[in-house]
Design a protein around this ligand. Sequence first.
Ligand SMILES: [Zn+2]
Length: 200
Amino acid sequence: MHELIRQLLAELGEDPSREGLLNTPTRVAKALKFLTSGYDANIDDVVNGALFTVDYSEMVIVKDIDFYSMCEHHLLPFFGKCHVAYIPTTKVIGLSKIPRIVDMFSRRLQVQERLTNQIAGTIRDVVNPLGVAVVVEATHLCMSMRGVEKQNSFAVTSAMQGAFRDSARTRMEFLELIKLRSAIPGLREGVTGYACVGDD
Ligand SMILES: [Zn+2]
């Protein structure tokens, strides 16, 4: 990767041998490896047995999980907050594992919609809950840095499954508890705002 990044610097019109850039290829390679380390993670290692049998059927919420990801269309960051809820049947997952599941999928090249669905689908598969809800709020640097006109760089995506899809009351309880920055009335599914769609 080192040589590719050297070439990229030259293509951009830089002199890769000047002092400030000498170690840049090494640093960039290291940073990119970290930012895409989610590809090497697997769910069994992440969960690592932290599933517990409980007699509890109220909503479990972990909100304001910070995440950083990279848009697959421009290789530029998008980042923000992720909120996760589920309603257990017989099992709960260790609370600290939920941010790690978010990291596992955000540290890859992503689009916000897929990231949202992958987090929800994984929690569904691991915990087998009555329902799972994931809301992701993010700012996309590929939009704001490039000054894409008439488009907002802030987007909200959601995935609602099971009880959160079937019951408006459950869904509203969740949305009330996370108190969205953008407070979207009747938010159900899909995208609000303008996430990067890679059309330019
Ligand atoms: Zn983009």
